[in-house]
Design a protein around this ligand. Sequence first.
Ligand code: ATP
Length: 266
Amino acid sequence: MLQAQAEPLDKPESFEANIAIQGRAVEKCFGDVVAVEGANFEIPAGSFVSIVGPSGCGKSTLLRMMAGLIPKTSGSLTVHGREVEDPREDVGVMFQRPTLLPWKTSLDNVLLPTQLKRKPTEDDAERAMDLLRLTGLDDFCFNFPTQLSGGMQQRVALARLLNIGADILLLDEPFGALDEFTRERLNIELSRIVREVNATAVFVTHNIAEAIFLADYVMVMTPRPGRLADVVKVPFGRPRDISLMRDPEFNDMIGHVRSILGVEEV
Ligand SMILES: Nc1ncnc2c1ncn2[C@@H]1O[C@H](COP(=O)(O)OP(=O)(O)OP(=O)(O)O)[C@@H](O)[C@H]1O
């Protein structure tokens, strides 16, 4: 269902009509720099896909093209069967920095996507409260961003992202600026939340263990030019516990991804 380069598709029947994002020979050049070259892939609806690779291999560029934030140079890139041309309401994006409005409470930050369209109703506020509950922040809905930790601010940003109502979530190292413990905890919660809202998630990271832990499939990218070298299927069931990271099979997968990258560490 997911493929690297132009390999034949190995596609289970059930996913055939249910592809959320598809790339065919996707390419992006910045002047002479080929940031992404010939990327072929299919991301099944409802799956969690990580994009992993060393700095500069084109992970963010690929994600930004999926989000419609930058145009591709050539190839085809579709979301729900429609060519991506601009940012869309069915696709939400989250970056490393939470970009919350400092003069608004958590609740009002989550309500922002609604406020941009119309005056929020009581039902809208109730939904925003539900999302803050889902992200574990129900006791902090009237706090301002400066009164929250970095991890809590990212939870607000995640609740705001979910309030857009997008069924595709594009996440560019969303917890990359946080300490390891917070990041681990938020990764587990993210995994739960994505399943609970039945979304498709694409998660960029340079951390191989994180990529495998979270994903159903790992897209492995190599640099200069940025190529999708392989797609690795992750066989572990869900929900996943952090103890999985001590499983020998998990460590074998890390070794496998490293060997695709041709490096010991990224
Ligand atoms: N706006 C831009 N203008 C020119 N070159 C760019 C631009 N954005 C990215 N690049 C180049 O494209 C290549 C891929 O960059 P990209 O940010 O996608 O990599 P990445 O894998 O996400 O890296 P990192 O893990 O460090 O964030 C790099 O060589 C980068 O310098």
